[in-house]
Design a protein around this ligand. Structure first.
Ligand SMILES: [Fe+2]
Length: 340
Protein backbone atom coordinates (compact mmCIF):
# COMPACT_ATOMS: atom_id res chain seq x y z
CA UNK A 1 0.00 0.00 0.00
CA UNK A 2 1.38 3.42 -0.90
CA UNK A 3 1.09 6.70 0.98
CA UNK A 4 -2.18 7.45 2.72
CA UNK A 5 -2.29 11.23 2.59
CA UNK A 6 -3.91 11.71 -0.80
CA UNK A 7 -5.86 14.97 -0.96
CA UNK A 8 -9.60 14.67 -1.41
CA UNK A 9 -10.48 15.90 -4.87
CA UNK A 10 -13.77 17.51 -3.89
CA UNK A 11 -15.73 15.08 -6.03
CA UNK A 12 -19.27 14.42 -4.82
CA UNK A 13 -18.92 10.64 -5.10
CA UNK A 14 -19.71 9.02 -1.79
CA UNK A 15 -20.68 5.55 -0.72
CA UNK A 16 -20.18 2.61 1.59
CA UNK A 17 -17.35 0.27 0.71
CA UNK A 18 -16.92 -3.24 2.06
CA UNK A 19 -13.29 -4.37 2.34
CA UNK A 20 -12.77 -8.12 2.83
CA UNK A 21 -9.24 -9.26 3.62
CA UNK A 22 -7.96 -11.86 6.08
CA UNK A 23 -4.86 -9.79 6.91
CA UNK A 24 -5.64 -7.17 9.59
CA UNK A 25 -2.87 -4.73 8.49
CA UNK A 26 -4.24 -4.77 4.91
CA UNK A 27 -7.77 -4.09 6.14
CA UNK A 28 -6.65 -1.26 8.40
CA UNK A 29 -4.59 0.40 5.70
CA UNK A 30 -7.37 0.23 3.13
CA UNK A 31 -9.90 1.47 5.69
CA UNK A 32 -7.73 4.44 6.63
CA UNK A 33 -7.13 5.40 3.03
CA UNK A 34 -10.78 5.17 1.96
CA UNK A 35 -12.13 6.83 5.11
CA UNK A 36 -9.74 9.70 4.51
CA UNK A 37 -11.35 10.12 1.06
CA UNK A 38 -14.76 10.48 2.68
CA UNK A 39 -16.09 6.96 2.11
CA UNK A 40 -17.80 4.91 4.77
CA UNK A 41 -15.87 1.66 5.19
CA UNK A 42 -16.99 -1.70 6.57
CA UNK A 43 -14.54 -4.57 6.90
CA UNK A 44 -14.71 -8.37 6.96
CA UNK A 45 -11.94 -10.86 7.81
CA UNK A 46 -13.16 -13.56 5.43
CA UNK A 47 -15.56 -14.31 2.59
CA UNK A 48 -18.37 -15.69 4.72
CA UNK A 49 -18.44 -12.60 6.93
CA UNK A 50 -18.35 -10.41 3.79
CA UNK A 51 -21.56 -12.07 2.55
CA UNK A 52 -23.20 -11.56 5.97
CA UNK A 53 -22.30 -7.87 5.87
CA UNK A 54 -23.83 -7.62 2.39
CA UNK A 55 -27.12 -8.96 3.73
CA UNK A 56 -27.13 -6.56 6.67
CA UNK A 57 -25.86 -3.25 5.26
CA UNK A 58 -26.47 -1.05 2.24
CA UNK A 59 -23.15 -1.38 0.39
CA UNK A 60 -22.13 0.38 -2.82
CA UNK A 61 -18.84 -1.32 -3.70
CA UNK A 62 -16.88 -4.37 -2.57
CA UNK A 63 -13.11 -4.84 -2.49
CA UNK A 64 -12.16 -8.50 -2.11
CA UNK A 65 -8.82 -10.04 -1.39
CA UNK A 66 -8.46 -13.17 -3.53
CA UNK A 67 -6.75 -15.34 -0.91
CA UNK A 68 -9.11 -15.68 2.05
CA UNK A 69 -10.08 -18.63 4.26
CA UNK A 70 -13.55 -20.31 3.98
CA UNK A 71 -14.74 -18.54 0.84
CA UNK A 72 -12.05 -16.97 -1.32
CA UNK A 73 -12.47 -13.74 -3.30
CA UNK A 74 -13.56 -15.49 -6.51
CA UNK A 75 -16.26 -17.46 -4.71
CA UNK A 76 -17.60 -14.38 -2.93
CA UNK A 77 -17.57 -12.44 -6.20
CA UNK A 78 -19.48 -15.23 -7.96
CA UNK A 79 -22.11 -15.28 -5.22
CA UNK A 80 -22.52 -11.49 -5.37
CA UNK A 81 -22.98 -11.57 -9.14
CA UNK A 82 -25.36 -14.54 -9.03
CA UNK A 83 -27.72 -12.86 -6.54
CA UNK A 84 -30.28 -10.61 -8.24
CA UNK A 85 -30.18 -8.19 -5.28
CA UNK A 86 -26.43 -7.62 -5.56
CA UNK A 87 -25.58 -8.50 -9.16
CA UNK A 88 -25.06 -4.84 -10.13
CA UNK A 89 -22.76 -4.16 -7.18
CA UNK A 90 -19.23 -3.33 -8.42
CA UNK A 91 -16.53 -5.72 -7.21
CA UNK A 92 -12.77 -5.07 -7.22
CA UNK A 93 -10.52 -8.10 -6.72
CA UNK A 94 -7.11 -7.65 -5.17
CA UNK A 95 -4.71 -10.16 -6.73
CA UNK A 96 -1.02 -10.89 -6.53
CA UNK A 97 1.10 -8.85 -8.91
CA UNK A 98 1.11 -10.25 -12.47
CA UNK A 99 -0.84 -13.38 -11.61
CA UNK A 100 -2.47 -13.94 -14.98
CA UNK A 101 -4.55 -16.94 -13.89
CA UNK A 102 -6.05 -14.89 -11.05
CA UNK A 103 -7.25 -12.31 -13.56
CA UNK A 104 -8.79 -14.95 -15.80
CA UNK A 105 -10.56 -16.52 -12.82
CA UNK A 106 -11.63 -13.05 -11.67
CA UNK A 107 -13.16 -12.21 -15.05
CA UNK A 108 -15.00 -15.55 -15.02
CA UNK A 109 -16.31 -14.74 -11.54
CA UNK A 110 -17.67 -11.42 -12.90
CA UNK A 111 -15.23 -8.99 -11.22
CA UNK A 112 -15.51 -5.39 -12.45
CA UNK A 113 -11.90 -4.43 -11.86
CA UNK A 114 -8.59 -5.63 -10.42
CA UNK A 115 -5.90 -4.21 -8.21
CA UNK A 116 -2.51 -5.80 -7.73
CA UNK A 117 -0.53 -6.00 -4.54
CA UNK A 118 1.14 -3.90 -3.34
CA UNK A 119 -1.92 -1.70 -3.86
CA UNK A 120 -1.18 1.71 -5.33
CA UNK A 121 -3.34 4.20 -3.45
CA UNK A 122 -3.83 6.60 -6.36
CA UNK A 123 -5.01 3.76 -8.56
CA UNK A 124 -7.28 2.44 -5.84
CA UNK A 125 -9.01 5.80 -5.33
CA UNK A 126 -9.39 6.38 -9.09
CA UNK A 127 -11.01 2.99 -9.63
CA UNK A 128 -13.24 3.26 -6.60
CA UNK A 129 -14.48 6.66 -7.76
CA UNK A 130 -15.19 5.60 -11.34
CA UNK A 131 -17.01 2.43 -10.28
CA UNK A 132 -19.07 4.34 -7.72
CA UNK A 133 -20.07 6.93 -10.33
CA UNK A 134 -21.22 4.11 -12.57
CA UNK A 135 -23.09 2.56 -9.65
CA UNK A 136 -24.89 5.88 -8.97
CA UNK A 137 -26.09 6.03 -12.57
CA UNK A 138 -27.28 2.42 -12.40
CA UNK A 139 -29.14 3.20 -9.17
CA UNK A 140 -30.88 6.19 -10.76
CA UNK A 141 -31.91 4.08 -13.71
CA UNK A 142 -33.17 1.35 -11.41
CA UNK A 143 -35.27 3.88 -9.53
CA UNK A 144 -36.80 5.15 -12.77
CA UNK A 145 -37.53 1.58 -13.90
CA UNK A 146 -39.07 0.63 -10.59
CA UNK A 147 -41.39 3.67 -10.76
CA UNK A 148 -42.56 2.48 -14.18
CA UNK A 149 -43.01 -1.07 -12.94
CA UNK A 150 -45.07 -0.03 -9.93
CA UNK A 151 -47.18 2.24 -12.11
CA UNK A 152 -47.81 -0.69 -14.48
CA UNK A 153 -48.70 -2.98 -11.58
CA UNK A 154 -51.10 -0.43 -10.12
CA UNK A 155 -52.95 -0.39 -13.44
CA UNK A 156 -53.08 -4.18 -13.46
CA UNK A 157 -54.25 -4.12 -9.84
CA UNK A 158 -57.39 -2.14 -10.75
CA UNK A 159 -58.84 -5.08 -12.58
CA UNK A 160 -59.35 -8.23 -10.49
CA UNK A 161 -59.64 -10.31 -13.66
CA UNK A 162 -56.15 -9.55 -14.87
CA UNK A 163 -54.50 -10.34 -11.53
CA UNK A 164 -51.09 -11.95 -12.07
CA UNK A 165 -51.34 -11.36 -15.82
CA UNK A 166 -48.09 -9.33 -16.00
CA UNK A 167 -46.06 -11.87 -14.04
CA UNK A 168 -47.28 -14.70 -16.24
CA UNK A 169 -46.48 -12.72 -19.39
CA UNK A 170 -42.94 -12.12 -18.09
CA UNK A 171 -42.45 -15.87 -17.63
CA UNK A 172 -44.22 -17.01 -20.78
CA UNK A 173 -42.60 -14.50 -23.11
CA UNK A 174 -39.09 -15.10 -21.73
CA UNK A 175 -39.61 -18.84 -22.13
CA UNK A 176 -40.89 -18.52 -25.70
CA UNK A 177 -38.11 -16.01 -26.51
CA UNK A 178 -35.46 -18.44 -25.25
CA UNK A 179 -37.09 -21.30 -27.18
CA UNK A 180 -36.81 -19.17 -30.35
CA UNK A 181 -33.13 -18.46 -29.54
CA UNK A 182 -33.69 -14.70 -29.36
CA UNK A 183 -30.65 -12.73 -28.16
CA UNK A 184 -30.40 -12.07 -24.42
CA UNK A 185 -31.14 -8.31 -24.75
CA UNK A 186 -34.42 -9.07 -26.55
CA UNK A 187 -35.42 -11.55 -23.87
CA UNK A 188 -34.71 -8.88 -21.24
CA UNK A 189 -36.87 -6.47 -23.27
CA UNK A 190 -39.66 -9.08 -23.32
CA UNK A 191 -39.51 -9.48 -19.54
CA UNK A 192 -39.83 -5.72 -19.10
CA UNK A 193 -42.57 -5.46 -21.72
CA UNK A 194 -44.47 -8.22 -19.91
CA UNK A 195 -44.86 -5.79 -17.02
CA UNK A 196 -45.21 -2.44 -18.79
CA UNK A 197 -46.89 -3.20 -22.15
CA UNK A 198 -50.26 -1.81 -20.97
CA UNK A 199 -48.83 1.15 -19.04
CA UNK A 200 -50.57 3.52 -21.50
CA UNK A 201 -53.88 2.47 -19.96
CA UNK A 202 -53.09 5.01 -17.24
CA UNK A 203 -54.67 7.52 -19.66
CA UNK A 204 -57.89 5.51 -20.04
CA UNK A 205 -60.59 6.33 -17.44
CA UNK A 206 -61.53 3.51 -15.05
CA UNK A 207 -65.16 3.79 -16.14
CA UNK A 208 -64.05 2.55 -19.56
CA UNK A 209 -61.31 0.14 -18.43
CA UNK A 210 -63.61 -1.66 -16.02
CA UNK A 211 -66.85 -1.33 -18.01
CA UNK A 212 -68.53 -4.73 -18.05
CA UNK A 213 -70.60 -4.13 -21.19
CA UNK A 214 -69.53 -3.37 -24.76
CA UNK A 215 -67.66 -0.12 -25.42
CA UNK A 216 -69.00 2.73 -27.57
CA UNK A 217 -66.91 3.66 -30.65
CA UNK A 218 -65.60 6.73 -28.78
CA UNK A 219 -64.56 4.60 -25.81
CA UNK A 220 -62.82 2.13 -28.13
CA UNK A 221 -60.93 5.02 -29.67
CA UNK A 222 -59.56 5.92 -26.24
CA UNK A 223 -58.57 2.33 -25.43
CA UNK A 224 -56.81 2.01 -28.78
CA UNK A 225 -54.50 4.88 -27.90
CA UNK A 226 -52.85 3.01 -25.03
CA UNK A 227 -49.94 1.49 -27.04
CA UNK A 228 -48.88 4.94 -28.30
CA UNK A 229 -49.25 6.57 -24.88
CA UNK A 230 -47.30 3.68 -23.29
CA UNK A 231 -44.47 4.07 -25.76
CA UNK A 232 -44.34 7.79 -24.98
CA UNK A 233 -44.22 7.19 -21.22
CA UNK A 234 -41.18 4.92 -21.63
CA UNK A 235 -39.49 7.21 -24.17
CA UNK A 236 -36.98 8.87 -21.78
CA UNK A 237 -35.51 5.57 -20.60
CA UNK A 238 -32.64 4.55 -22.85
CA UNK A 239 -32.59 1.08 -21.31
CA UNK A 240 -36.14 0.63 -22.68
CA UNK A 241 -35.02 1.11 -26.29
CA UNK A 242 -35.95 -2.48 -27.20
CA UNK A 243 -39.08 -2.41 -25.03
CA UNK A 244 -40.72 0.55 -26.78
CA UNK A 245 -41.50 -1.24 -30.08
CA UNK A 246 -43.12 -4.08 -28.13
CA UNK A 247 -45.33 -1.63 -26.26
CA UNK A 248 -46.35 0.21 -29.44
CA UNK A 249 -46.92 -2.94 -31.50
CA UNK A 250 -48.54 -5.35 -29.06
CA UNK A 251 -52.00 -4.86 -30.65
CA UNK A 252 -50.85 -5.07 -34.26
CA UNK A 253 -52.01 -8.11 -36.23
CA UNK A 254 -50.01 -10.19 -38.71
CA UNK A 255 -52.42 -9.36 -41.57
CA UNK A 256 -52.24 -5.61 -40.93
CA UNK A 257 -55.68 -5.32 -39.30
CA UNK A 258 -54.35 -4.30 -35.86
CA UNK A 259 -53.60 -0.92 -34.29
CA UNK A 260 -52.12 1.71 -33.94
CA UNK A 261 -50.10 1.56 -37.19
CA UNK A 262 -51.68 -1.31 -39.14
CA UNK A 263 -48.27 -2.97 -39.50
CA UNK A 264 -48.22 -6.38 -41.14
CA UNK A 265 -45.99 -9.46 -41.10
CA UNK A 266 -42.38 -8.98 -40.16
CA UNK A 267 -42.80 -5.22 -40.02
CA UNK A 268 -44.05 -6.07 -36.51
CA UNK A 269 -40.97 -6.73 -34.38
CA UNK A 270 -40.38 -10.37 -33.49
CA UNK A 271 -40.54 -9.52 -29.78
CA UNK A 272 -43.97 -7.91 -30.20
CA UNK A 273 -45.16 -11.02 -32.10
CA UNK A 274 -43.92 -13.17 -29.21
CA UNK A 275 -45.70 -11.03 -26.62
CA UNK A 276 -48.95 -11.11 -28.62
CA UNK A 277 -49.00 -14.91 -28.66
CA UNK A 278 -48.48 -15.27 -24.91
CA UNK A 279 -50.83 -12.35 -24.17
CA UNK A 280 -53.66 -14.00 -26.10
CA UNK A 281 -52.89 -17.39 -24.52
CA UNK A 282 -53.06 -15.91 -21.02
CA UNK A 283 -56.31 -14.05 -21.77
CA UNK A 284 -57.86 -17.27 -23.09
CA UNK A 285 -56.71 -19.53 -20.26
CA UNK A 286 -57.86 -17.20 -17.46
CA UNK A 287 -61.37 -16.18 -16.53
CA UNK A 288 -62.61 -12.78 -17.78
CA UNK A 289 -65.93 -11.01 -17.18
CA UNK A 290 -67.07 -11.97 -20.67
CA UNK A 291 -65.81 -15.59 -20.77
CA UNK A 292 -64.79 -18.58 -18.66
CA UNK A 293 -61.19 -19.83 -18.50
CA UNK A 294 -60.51 -22.06 -21.51
CA UNK A 295 -58.68 -25.36 -21.17
CA UNK A 296 -55.21 -25.43 -22.75
CA UNK A 297 -56.52 -27.51 -25.66
CA UNK A 298 -59.40 -25.11 -26.31
CA UNK A 299 -57.11 -22.09 -26.01
CA UNK A 300 -54.66 -23.52 -28.55
CA UNK A 301 -57.58 -24.43 -30.84
CA UNK A 302 -58.95 -20.88 -30.68
CA UNK A 303 -55.50 -19.44 -31.34
CA UNK A 304 -55.08 -21.76 -34.32
CA UNK A 305 -58.30 -20.34 -35.78
CA UNK A 306 -56.99 -16.83 -35.18
CA UNK A 307 -53.72 -17.72 -36.93
CA UNK A 308 -55.81 -18.97 -39.88
CA UNK A 309 -57.66 -15.62 -39.87
CA UNK A 310 -54.25 -13.97 -40.27
CA UNK A 311 -53.96 -12.42 -36.80
CA UNK A 312 -50.82 -14.06 -35.35
CA UNK A 313 -47.46 -15.14 -36.73
CA UNK A 314 -47.97 -18.80 -37.79
CA UNK A 315 -44.30 -19.79 -37.31
CA UNK A 316 -44.12 -18.37 -33.79
CA UNK A 317 -47.48 -19.90 -32.89
CA UNK A 318 -46.26 -23.30 -34.10
CA UNK A 319 -43.21 -23.07 -31.80
CA UNK A 320 -45.38 -21.87 -28.93
CA UNK A 321 -47.75 -24.80 -29.39
CA UNK A 322 -44.80 -27.22 -29.26
CA UNK A 323 -43.56 -25.57 -26.08
CA UNK A 324 -46.96 -25.92 -24.39
CA UNK A 325 -47.65 -29.43 -25.64
CA UNK A 326 -44.30 -31.02 -24.82
CA UNK A 327 -44.57 -29.58 -21.30
CA UNK A 328 -40.95 -28.40 -21.05
CA UNK A 329 -42.22 -25.01 -19.98
CA UNK A 330 -44.32 -26.56 -17.24
CA UNK A 331 -45.56 -23.22 -15.90
CA UNK A 332 -47.35 -22.51 -19.16
CA UNK A 333 -50.17 -24.69 -17.89
CA UNK A 334 -50.26 -23.03 -14.46
CA UNK A 335 -51.95 -19.86 -15.68
CA UNK A 336 -54.78 -22.00 -16.97
CA UNK A 337 -55.51 -23.57 -13.60
CA UNK A 338 -54.82 -20.37 -11.65
CA UNK A 339 -57.46 -18.57 -13.65
CA UNK A 340 -60.21 -21.09 -12.98
FE1 LIG B 1 -52.73 -3.70 -24.44
Amino acid sequence: MGETSLPRDGSSVTGTILVADDQLPNRELMEELLTHQGFRVLTAPDGTEALHQLERAQIDLVILDVMMPHLNGFEVCEKIKANADTSLLPVILVTALSDRQDRIDGIKAGADDFLTRPVDSTQLIARVRSLLKLKQRTDELERAESVLFSLARSIEGKDPYTHGHCERLVQYSASLGAHLHLPEDQITALRRAGVVHDIGKIAVPDSILLKPGPLTPEEWQLVREHPVIGERICQPLKSFRLVRPIIRQHHEKFDGSGYPDGLRGEAISVTARVLQIVDVYDALTTIRPYKPAFSITDALQTMKQEVAKGWWDPAIFEEFEKLVRDGTAEFLSRGATAGK
